[in-house]
Design a protein around this ligand. Structure first.
Ligand code: DP6
Length: 440
């Protein structure tokens, strides 16, 4: 057999399924109603909550930040974005369904960045492979994605959503790309998404190159490093936020002198100290930097002209409550740290042993929040919110008033956990025709 004949048979064997289908189908179907999906992959990606905040871009098109940032990846069992992607030559164009609704992605530059970059890597793979590969880089894709929490409520949905998109595309295309290299692509979808590709404690190094090649995420420590650290998310407002992070941070870059001080004189030292605190499992330093950095981020928002307000009365009351709780700690050591992103929801980081007390405390002042107890901290019969901290003799009970029921609508108790996961076929969000199983 000549080499050419060998190659021909190899192609036939490789694509037996498709070839059989081609011979058995008189006309190739043109609509997704009869589409043959060549490959389908489903993955989840986690939310990350920064303890040193990213706020400001030096290049908005490439999403290159003005400072390094550092975050903690939270458990996908509690919060995640789930994405199924199918590729088929029979699909007419790339389509996206987000939380049960089709979105128009024709003008969505950020998604196109992720498609373009991952397809380019797949194309390289196809061109360099000794054996012929399915030309997936040329096939349109159907993307179906769901969050198990409200979108754009300041709960980092863009981070988990874009991380899920890029991770799933990488699996669909069988890319051998390293996680840090993938994070460079996710960054071009949404800055904070680059940190959701890793579990544990993750730094986004801003880099210095104009093309962004060195602006990527690296893992500072894995999720197993500090298992005592947990988080409590206090959902203050489920509604979509007023000023998006993207728009807000551009206004800050353009108008805030305080941001320049933060970039130059504050963040570099904080990054060094925070990395050390994490490696040493030093909650005192971790907590102080976390609270100070959240406060400075919101100060920078106030320094923006016109100012941006993300915190509301409930957010500020939680800040006071946590400071009072810390001030009355018996050994003077910090017991909890709050942080707020571009919205009013509080995220409280604390060692596991303090969490029960903190849940009681928050529920006492903010009654009526939905709370599922994922780690079984509360035995049956124990009323959440019934106990004040052990330090209650010093604790000023009037530090804040008791708020109307529902001011905090939900409490999500979670922990430090792993990066994106690949799920089985049974978890697919798309049916056999490549269309969503659930529509709104
Ligand atoms: C306050 O990543 O949502 O949560 O890059 O424009 O998509 P874009 O912004 P995004 O900003 C997140 C800002 C933050 C802080 C952080 O997560 O570091």
């Amino acid at each position: 057999m000549t080499n050419l004949t060998c190659l021909f048979f190899l192609v036939i064997i490789k694509f037996t399924d498709r070839v059989l289908w081609l011979f058995s189908t008189p006309l190739a179907p043109t609509s997704s109603a009869n589409a043959i999906m060549v490959k389908v992959v489903t993955c989840t990606a986690p939310v990350n909550i920064a303890v040193i905040k990213y706020w400001g871009k030096r290049n908005a098109a490439l999403i290159l930040p003005t400072n390094d940032s550092l975050s903690v990846t939270l458990s996908q069992d509690i919060l995640h974005s789930k994405t199924t992607i199918a590729a088929s030559p029979d699909f007419s164009h790339d389509r996206l369904w987000l939380n049960g609704k089709e979105e128009d992605i024709t003008k969505n530059k950020r998604m196109h960045n992720c498609f373009r970059e991952t397809r380019a890597l797949r194309k390289q793979l196809e061109d360099s492979s000794a054996e012929p590969l399915e030309p997936l880089s040329t096939y349109p894709v159907h993307v179906c994605s769901e969050n198990n929490f409200p979108t754009a409520a300041g709960l980092a949905s863009s981070a988990s959503g874009l991380a899920a998109l890029v991770f799933t595309l990488a699996r669909l295309f069988d890319l051998p790309t390293s996680t840090s290299d993938l994070s460079r692509i996710a960054r071009q979808g949404s800055g904070s998404a680059c940190r959701s590709l890793f579990g544990g404690f993750v730094a986004w190094e801003m880099g210095s190159r104009d093309d962004g090649a060195d602006s990527l995420a690296v893992q500072v420590a894995p999720e197993t490093h500090w298992p005592e650290l947990q988080a409590l998310i206090c959902v203050v407002d489920d509604a979509k936020k007023g000023t998006s992070s993207t728009e807000g941070m551009q206004n800050t870059v353009a108008t805030s002198p305080l941001l320049q001080h933060r970039i130059r004189d504050v963040v570099p030292e904080r990054m060094r100290d925070m990395k050390k605190a994490i490696l040493d499992r030093d909650f005192q330093t971790f907590a102080e930097i976390t609270m100070r950095d959240s406060n400075q981020f919101h100060a920078v928002c106030l320094d923006t002209f016109p100012p941006i307000f993300y915190l509301n009365d409930v957010s500020r009351a939680i800040i006071r409550l946590i400071h009072e709780y810390n001030a009355t700690s018996p050994d003077g050591r910090l017991k909890a740290a709050y942080t707020y992103d571009a919205g009013p929801n509080a995220v409280i980081y604390a060692p596991k042993q303090n969490m029960k007390e903190i849940i009681h405390l928050i529920t006492r002042y903010f009654p009526g929040a939905d709370f599922v107890d994922p780690y079984n901290f509360f035995p049956e019969g124990e009323v959440v919110g019934s106990n004040l901290p052990h330090t209650h003799d010093k604790f000023n009970q009037n530090v804040i008033p008791v708020f109307p029921a529902g001011s905090v609508s939900r409490l999500l108790h979670t922990e430090v956990a792993d990066g994106p996961r690949v799920l089985g076929k049974e978890e697919s969000l798309l049916n056999e025709q490549g269309l969503p199983l659930r529509l709104k």
